[in-house]
Design a protein. Structure first.
Lengths: 277, 338
């Protein structure tokens, strides 16, 4: 590219990147700051003063709060939900892509539309159902309900991926004597590993993101997930632990953003490839 | 295969069923469909039922009251402000997102050094859990230690260059061409803006957070659209002498319209149905001035335990969602044709 063009590109991308990433830069600066620097209005906040930088906030977060427990709860729910999602969405996505023709296309679109029904419409009736099932305040409530948004979304992504695998490959396996399910397990799934990984990552991140169900179904501190625990437990009246809070928000954001960046192209192909192609 | 030879007739019949397309399809799809019906369809129906009763958190069933909950909700001033806020927050933030993502996607689709790193920075708001990044904004808009206010009211040029950003802002907003609605009083360094403590500023803060978190998503969808544009079209436009704005208006824009609409519709759904940003940032305050339908439904249905009333409030979102869904299907089909 010519120099002038690329300078122009930086002039556009640069300011956007600064505005979009600034809150995370600020989280990092705050997380590394000592209290006598953070709560002194005379200090310049863009550089470290007094006892900063320090790891005191991170130590406080992991030693004095339930943060570790929340990380663990989030991981448990995430892994369980991803497994359930794969179990339900893999066969359905494959069948909708291959086996059921025109009728399957409309069913696929119908399933996708259920992804548009938001938790904010369903949390009130579901809170009653959870109470009736005696699941209130238990991680099982989240494990049961979260697949309701990861499954439709994953079916949609997987449908797109399976369509890109030529059916001739399966036909060859069938001719060689494999059963249809055998062809599925030995030919189709290995080829769709990138697609499956994309679904795993985005389902997991939807779980980490979820807030409405998490604050409705769970009320005990030690059962909370990250998204619910940090805003409801670490912000208490007038007592703020801003340094620890910013550390708490930064820790999950960075690995998730790295994973997004790695799988972004496949995600877009899946999202737009199902029918928007 | 040896197993086939040893299979009993019953096993074989079962295997034959699995080989048959007519049966295998529904068998593979059924579990997912049943799950979705049970956890999306049934609760939705239950929400509609609850909204027609005076059910409270203690009991699942209440007296049937017809449309009373919807009427009561409509008559409440808080509800109407929540409805108006939902519409304002959604439309304004998505307008910002469309313009921003349009510009950013055009730049980001090119190949340049450090593209991966810039893309990482730009994706951060979308990848981070919303509830947590909104906590970050609580700190950025803090009443005493807001970095925005610090930057506005301090000399930011190194070595005492005497440049106070708030003076520039005051100067800009003192111009006559601003419409009445967004006129602000001049910023005083002694008493800097209370971003979350003053209704108009709190609304601006909420809109900013929404725009900030949807912008990366819209940008990546736009990039996908731009990348899928056949290069021949680019060449043809060049041959015909279309460049710059002209090319954008007559070539790029019409081709990008369907996918831009899809991005916009997603953005509308994500913003209008979101509860997290308002709940964490202002919790509807100050003085209930920033409630949206979802937070108002939460306060009514969970905190005040008026389940039926809350369900009715949240169901006011349904018509808007239905319209979005229909539009999305129409545009999806159009994209498929082109």
């Amino acid at each position: 590219m010519r120099r002038r063009d690329s300078l122009f590109t930086y002039l556009i991308v640069g300011p956007f990147a600064i505005v979009l990433a600034f809150p995370f830069y600020w989280m990092l600066m705050t997380a590394l700051r000592a209290d006598n620097d953070l709560y002194d209005i005379e200090q310049v906040p863009y550089k470290f003063n007094a006892d900063s930088p320090t790891d005191a906030n991170f130590r406080f977060l992991f030693e004095q709060t339930d943060y570790r427990q929340w990380l663990q709860n989030t991981a448990i729910v995430g892994v369980a939900v991803v497994l359930i999602t794969l179990l339900l969405a893999l066969p359905a996505g494959y069948a909708l892509a291959r086996l059921s023709g025109r009728w399957g296309q409309s069913l696929g679109v119908g399933i996708f539309l259920t992804y548009l029904v938001p938790p904010t419409l369903l949390f009130l009736p579901l809170s009653r159902v959870i109470a009736e099932l005696d699941l209130h305040d238990r991680l099982w409530s989240l494990i049961l309900v979260y697949p309701s948004f990861t499954v439709p979304f994953s079916i949609w992504l997987l449908m797109g991926f399976f369509k890109t695998i030529p059916p001739e490959l399966e036909d060859a396996a069938l001719v060689d004597g494999a059963s249809r399910l055998g062809a599925l397990a030995r030919v189709v799934f290995p080829l769709s590993v990138p697609g499956i990984l994309t679904v795993v990552i985005f389902s997991f991140s939807l779980v980490v993101n979820e807030f409405v169900y998490a604050i409705t179904f769970i009320s005990s501190t030690d059962v909370k997930t990250l998204s619910a625990g940090v805003p409801t437990e670490l912000i208490r009246g007038d007592v703020f632990y801003w340094g620890a809070l910013m550390a708490a928000t930064l820790i999950p954001a960075i690995p998730l953003a790295l994973l997004y960046n790695l799988f972004l192209n496949r995600f877009i192909a899946g999202l737009t490839g199902g029918a928007f192609r | 295969m040896a197993t086939v030879a040893r299979a009993t007739p019953r096993d074989r019949r079962w295997r034959d069923v699995l080989e048959e397309r007519r049966f295998l399809g529904p068998i593979l799809i059924a579990p997912a469909v049943l799950f979705i019906v049970a956890l999306v369809g049934a609760p939705l129906a239950l929400a509609v039922y609850l909204s027609l009763t005076d059910a409270t958190a203690g009991s699942l069933s209440g007296e049937f009251v017809g449309f009373q909950n919807y009427v009561d909700a409509w008559d409440s001033e808080n509800f109407r402000r929540a409805l108006r806020n939902t519409i304002i927050f959604t439309l304004v933030s998505q307008a910002i997102v469309l313009v921003g993502a349009g510009i950013l996607a055009h730049a980001l689709v090119r190949n340049f050094r450090g593209r991966w790193f810039f893309r990482f920075l730009i994706l951060l708001p979308w990848a981070a859990p919303v509830a947590l990044s909104t906590v970050g904004f609580l700190w950025i808009f803090h009443s005493l230690y807001s970095v925005v206010n610090w930057t506005l009211t301090h000399d930011i040029l190194p070595g005492g260059g005497e440049f106070y950003p708030y003076r520039a802002v005051n100067w800009a907003f003192a111009r006559d061409f601003w419409p009445e609605a967004i006129q602000i009083s001049p910023i005083e360094p002694i008493d800097p803006p209370q971003w979350l403590g003053e209704p108009t500023l709190a609304m601006a803060a909420i809109i900013a957070v929404h725009a900030w978190r949807i912008l990366p998503f819209a940008t990546v969808i736009f990039i996908a659209g731009l990348a899928s544009m056949p290069p021949e079209i680019e060449d043809a436009a060049k041959v015909d002498g279309a460049t710059g704005l002209k090319k954008f208006w007559y070539v790029t824009l019409p081709l990008q319209l369907p996918i831009a609409t899809v991005a916009l519709l997603f953005g509308i759904v994500f913003t209008a149905t979101d509860m997290t940003v308002v709940y964490v940032l202002t919790h509807g305050g100050p003085f209930n001035s920033t409630h949206v339908l979802t937070t108002w439904a939460f306060d009514t249905g969970i905190n005040s335990a008026a389940l039926g009333q809350g369900a009715a409030i949240s169901l006011y979102l349904l018509p808007a969602l239905a319209i979005v869904a229909i539009l999305m299907l129409r545009f999806a089909r159009r994209v498929e044709v082109t």
